[in-house]
Design a protein around this ligand. Structure first.
Ligand code: 5GP
Ligand code: ZN
Length: 115
């Protein structure tokens, strides 16, 4: 938990953000500025700054984070048609929140672009 980190504060429940799914290792909530009909962020509960730091997660944390992506896709009804999973690592990729998160995008055919 980092008090300076927006996503740590969301995970701690400070803003009353609704979680669309949660397990022991990660939470999922809707992006405030959706880029697709389904745009959910899957976020490890442990503070890890970015993809490049993912090895700070232990094996259970890593597996739990990816399992939650599966669960979100099923719950949102996009697991059959397909969906995009994106993470931005660093400023040049457009990362704005420095707590690792996966954008899960779908609900319409996604043509072009990466996010
Ligand atoms: P990044 O640009 O770091 O890859 O993604 C950060 C994402 O977090 C953006 O898509 C942005 O819309 C989303 N976001 C930023 N602040 C909040 C917030 O307070 N609540 C929610 N639900 N999403 C947020
Ligand atoms: Zn954090």
């Amino acid at each position: 938990m980092s008090v300076d980190c927006l996503f740590c504060r969301i995970i701690a429940g400070e803003f009353g953000t609704e979680f669309v799914a949660e397990n022991d290792h990660a939470v999922a909530f809707r992006d405030i500025h959706p880029q697709a009909p389904v745009h959910v962020l899957v976020v490890p509960k442990q503070h890890v700054a970015a993809f490049r730091s993912r090895r700070e997660l232990d094996a259970d944390g890593m597996a739990g984070m990816f399992a939650l992506i599966d669960e979100v896709a099923k719950r949102e009804g996009i697991d059959q048609g397909g969906y995009r999973v994106v993470t931005n690592d660093g400023p040049d990729a457009g990362q704005t929140v420095f707590h690792l998160h996966w954008h899960v995008l779908g609900g319409t055919p996604l043509t072009g672009g990466f996010a």
